[in-house]
Design a protein around this ligand. Structure first.
Ligand code: UGA
Length: 490
C-alpha cells in the first residue's frame, strides 16, 4: 500500500453520484464502511448509542487498531463524514441506511438478532421518505424477511422502504483495503430501485475509478483486483456470507488435519500446502497451518451457520468436524510443549503474540490467549509480548503469572523456551543470535511456522513447529528428548 500520511481528500470526482448514507453501529464493520463510503465520495452519518465512542470519533480518534482507518477518518471533512448518537436524525437525512450493529453469539450458537430488531424498529419510526435499508451485519438467512416484517409492523407502508442484504468480507488488519478493493460486491434484493441506488454507491469501486484517483489508498504495487458486482436474492446474499466464512474455516481445519498426518509420516506440510494450492481450483490462500482459527467471526459464524442448517432440516454436519479439528489443534500444540519440556509447573516461558492473528489488537477467541491461559493453569509463568494486543490481554487475563514485556526480545530473557503464537510479520524476522543469547534454553515452539526447521537446527535451536518434523539443536544434550517424544527429530 502506498499513500502519504498527509491524506487530503480531493474534491468529489465527476463520476461519483454522491448518496446520503447512514451507518448504524460504529463497530468494526460499521466504522470501516462509514469511513470508506466517505472516502469514495458519499456523504455519511455514522451512528452509535455509545456516546463516549462517538465523542472519541468526533475528535478523530479510532477505538480499534486498523491500518489506514485513522488517516482516512482525519482526511474527511465534516460534510462527508459525521458521527452522532441520533439514529432518527440520521435516518431522516439519508437515502440509504446500513445496519451494522453486533450480532453476538447466544448460548445456543445462534446469532443474537435483538440489536438488529431494535434498530429496525427505530428506523421504522423515523422513516419520512423512501429508504433503502441494508443489512451489513453478519446475519442468518431470513433476517431480511424479518426486517421487512418489523418495518411493516411499525407503520412503514409498502413502497416506502426496500431491504437489501449486502454482506461484508473484510478482514481485520486489512479491512480498509479489503473494502476499497473487494473481490466481489454482493447485492441481495428483489427491488430494482434499491439495486440501482446500491450500484451507484459502489460504482467507484466497480469501474476502478476510485483506484485511479491520485489520493487513493493503493494496494501493493503489483497486485490488481477487479471487483465483480453480483446481484442475488436477499436470502442468497445472507447465505453467501455464512458459507464463505464456513468454507475458509474448512480450508484451515483441512490443512491442520493434513499437518498432523505430516508430523506422523515425517513430511512437510508447507510443501504439501504449496503443492495443493498450485491447483487453481483449490488456490493457495487459507492453507496456512497453525493453531487453528480464532477471531470474532469464524468461531461465531460456524456455530450460527450450523444452527440455522439444523433448524431448517439441512444439517451442515461437516461444520461440526471443522470445529472439532479446530479445538483439537490447540491441545495438540500443548501436548508438544509438554512432551518437549516435560513438567510445565515452575517453567518460565516467553510468548510472542496474544492477538488472534497478526495485524490486529483483537483477542476475541484468540488461540494464543487460550494457550496462555492453559499454560498458566498448568503452573508455568509467562512473559508475553504483542505489538498491539497487550492492553486487551491484560484485561482478559488477570494473573500474577502473566507479565508483559516491552519488546519481543525482552520477553525472552532467561526463559526456558520461546512460544510463537501469533503471526505478526516482525516475529518472522527476529535476530536469532539475540534470541539464543537471551533464552535460558534454546527451545522454540512455533505455532505459526514462521521459521525453517533446518535453519533453526543449524542456529542451535530445538525447534518444534506445525506439520513438520521437530528438529533438535546439534549442540544440545541428546537426553532432552525422551523416548516418549512422539515427534521425529531430524
Ligand atoms: C474473516 C474473513 O476472512 C473475512 O472475509 C470476513 O469478512 C470476516 O471474517 C468477517 O466475517 O467479518 P478475520 O476474522 O478478520 O476475517 O480474519 P482471517 O484473516 O480470516 O483469519 C481468521 C483466523 O484464521 C485467524 O485466527 C487466522 O490466524 C486463521 N488462519 C487464517 C489460519 O489459521 N490459516 C490461514 O491460512 C488463514
Amino acid at each position: 500500500m502506498s499513500k502519504s500520511k498527509e491524506v487530503v481528500s480531493s474534491a468529489i470526482p465527476a463520476s461519483v453520484e454522491p448518496v446520503r448514507i447512514a451507518v448504524i453501529g460504529c463497530g468494526y464493520v460499521g466504522l470501516v464502511a462509514a469511513v470508506c463510503f466517505a472516502e469514495i465520495g458519499h456523504s455519511v452519518i455514522c451512528i452509535d448509542s455509545d456516546a463516549e465512542k462517538i465523542e472519541c470519533l468526533q475528535q478523530g480518534r479510532i477505538p480499534i487498531h486498523e491500518p489506514w482507518l485513522e488517516e482516512l477518518l482525519r482526511s474527511q471533512n465534516p460534510t462527508s463524514l459525521r458521527f452522532s448518537t441520533s439514529l432518527a436524525d440520521a435516518v431522516r437525512a439519508s437515502q440509504v441506511v446500513f445496519i451494522a450493529v453486533g450480532t453476538p453469539p447466544l448460548e445456543s450458537g445462534d446469532a443474537d438478532l435483538s440489536y438488529v430488531e431494535a434498530v429496525a424498529v427505530e428506523i421504522a419510526r423515523s422513516i419520512d421518505s423512501y429508504k433503502v435499508v441494508v443489512e451489513k451485519s453478519t446475519v442468518p438467512v431470513y433476517t431480511s424477511d424479518w426486517i421487512a416484517r418489523v418495518l411493516r409492523r411499525n407503520g412503514v407502508r409498502p413502497g416506502e422502504a426496500d431491504i437489501v442484504s449486502n454482506p461484508e468480507f473484510l478482514r481485520e488488519g486489512t479491512a480498509v483495503t479489503d473494502f476499497l478493493y473487494p473481490d466481489r460486491i454482493i447485492i441481495g434484493t428483489c427491488s430494482d430501485r434499491a439495486f440501482r441506488i446500491m450500484e451507484r454507491i459502489y460504482r467507484p469501486l466497480i469501474d476502478g475509478s476510485y483506484s485511479r484517483r491520485p489520493s487513493a489508498v493503493t494496494l501493493f504495487s503489483n497486485e490488481t483486483r477487479q471487483a465483480t458486482l453480483l446481484r442475488t436474492s436477499a436470502k442468497s446474499a445472507e447465505l453467501i456470507k455464512h458459507a464463505s466464512n464456513a468454507f475458509l474455516a474448512m480450508k484451515i481445519s483441512f490443512i491442520n488435519s493434513v499437518a498432523n498426518l505430516c508430523e506422523q509420516v515425517n513430511a512437510n506440510v508447507e510443501e504439501v500446502a504449496r503443492g495443493i494450492g498450485l491447483d487453481r481450483r483449490i488456490g493457495s490462500q487459507f492453507l496456512r497451518p497453525g493453531l487453528g482459527y480464532g477471531g470474532s467471526c469464524f468461531p461465531k459464524d460456524i456455530k450460527a451457520f450450523y444452527s440455522i442448517g439444523e433448524q431448517m432440516g439441512a444439517e451442515l454436519t461437516l461444520l461440526r468436524e471443522v470445529e472439532r479439528i479446530n479445538e483439537r489443534q490447540r491441545d495438540h500444540f500443548l501436548r508438544k510443549v509438554r512432551s518437549t519440556l516435560w513438567n510445565l509447573r515452575g517453567k518460565h516461558l516467553a510468548v510472542l503474540g496474544l492477538a488472534f492473528k497478526g495485524g490486529t489488537d483483537d483477542i476475541r477467541e484468540s488461540p494464543a490467549l487460550s494457550l496462555v491461559k492453559s499454560l498458566i493453569g498448568e503452573g508455568a509463568t509467562i512473559t508475553a509480548f504483542d505489538p498491539a494486543a497487550m492492553a486487551n490481554a491484560r484485561r482478559a487475563i488477570v494473573s500474577p503469572r502473566l507479565e508483559l514485556a516491552e519488546s519481543a526480545l525482552q520477553a525472552m530473557d532467561g526463559a526456558d523456551a520461546l512460544l510463537i503464537l501469533t503471526d505478526w510479520p516482525e516475529f518472522a524476522s527476529l535476530d536469532l543470535s539475540e534470541v539464543k543469547a537471551r533464552l535460558a534454553q534454546p527451545i522454540v515452539f512455533d505455532g505459526r511456522n514462521l521459521y525453517h526447521p533446518a535453519v533453526m537446527a543449524e542456529r542451535g535451536f530445538t525447534y518444534v513447529s506445525i506439520g513438520r518434523a521437530a528438529v533438535e539443536a546439534a549442540t544440545e544434550p541428546s537426553e532432552l528428548h525422551s523416548a516418549a517424544t512422539p515427534y521425529r527429530v531430524a
